[in-house]
Ligand binder design. Structure first.
Ligand code: PGA
Length: 253
């Protein structure tokens, strides 16, 4: 993974008011100001994005949204467009998180539309995939991931995928304290990379960053990052506290 720059991303989910988000971002900015070898991203709630952007704009922290809707504008009450999140200061966007799939009926097809819209607006898509516990137990992990990735990236041209980030998040490991072992993560990451090689060629598959997500903590990040095909992490619970998240970002130091 030498040529792939690590990305440690924090997904704040539905936590933190605007004031709390700004406070955490300010603390994090200090704690990671000297980090140069790792990309750092945080994804606060929509409501806090522009205020957090004021904190992060002159820092090494990138800003991400947790979702977007693919239409440019229109009568879509409650939705947020790509231009809106760009204008709020975002460079990245998390797409297809398993909680969106589970609670808000997102499908591989709507994930595909969201990824295409993100790319059109020069947002880095952090595209989440992962199997449920039942799917893992039925030994269909690889076919589930294959379908999620193939449909999620359908009809998107290779040249538009240059910034794509994939986040492998086994659903059974999210918020449960059950981390995949580093070997389990590596096995799946290697599979994803091999599928991408078949679909898009070696140059792309060697360059694309694949993050692991699911109960990542300061205590397990180094072991995960030591795996050849693990290029970073998407961190939920442990990203809410600036000090804890900074320890994950600084896994090497
Ligand atoms: P977790 O969440 O770190 O709290 O398990 C990860 C995620 O949902 O991205």
């Amino acid at each position: 993974m030498d040529q792939r720059r690590p990305l440690i991303a924090g997904n704040w989910k539905m936590y933190k008011t605007c004031g709390e988000a700004v406070e955490t971002a300010q603390a994090l900015k200090q704690l990671v100001s000297d980090v140069t070898a790792v990309d750092v991203m945080i994804a606060p709630a929509f409501t806090a994005l522009s205020q957090v952007a004021e904190v992060t704009s002159d820092s090494n922290i990138q800003l991400g949204a947790q979702n977007l809707f693919w239409q440019e504008e229109g009568a879509y009450t409650g939705e947020v467009s790509p231009s809106m999140i760009v204008s709020a200061g975002c460079q990245q966007v998390i797409i297809g998180h398993s909680e969106r799939r589970q609670y808000f009926n997102e499908t591989d097809q709507t994930v595909n539309q969201r990824i295409a819209a993100a790319i059109k607006h020069d947002l880095v898509p952090v595209f989440c995939v992962g199997e449920t516990e039942a799917e893992r137990e039925s030994n269909i992990t690889f076919s589930v991931l294959d379908k999620q990735i193939t449909t999620g990236l359908q009809d998107i041209a290779l040249e538009d995928l240059a910034t794509l980030v994939i986040a492998y998040e086994p659903v059974w490991a999210i918020g449960t304290g059950k981390t995949a072992t580093s070997e389990q993560a590596q096995e799946v990451h290697q599979f994803i990379r091999s599928q991408l090689k078949e679909a898009y060629g070696a140059d792309f598959s060697e360059a694309v960053r694949i993050l692991y997500g699911g109960s990542v903590k300061p205590a397990n990040i180094a072991e995960l990052m030591a795996m050849e095909d693990v290029d970073g992490a998407l961190v939920g619970g442990a990203s809410l506290d600036a000090e804890t998240f900074s320890q994950i970002v600084r896994y090497e130091i």
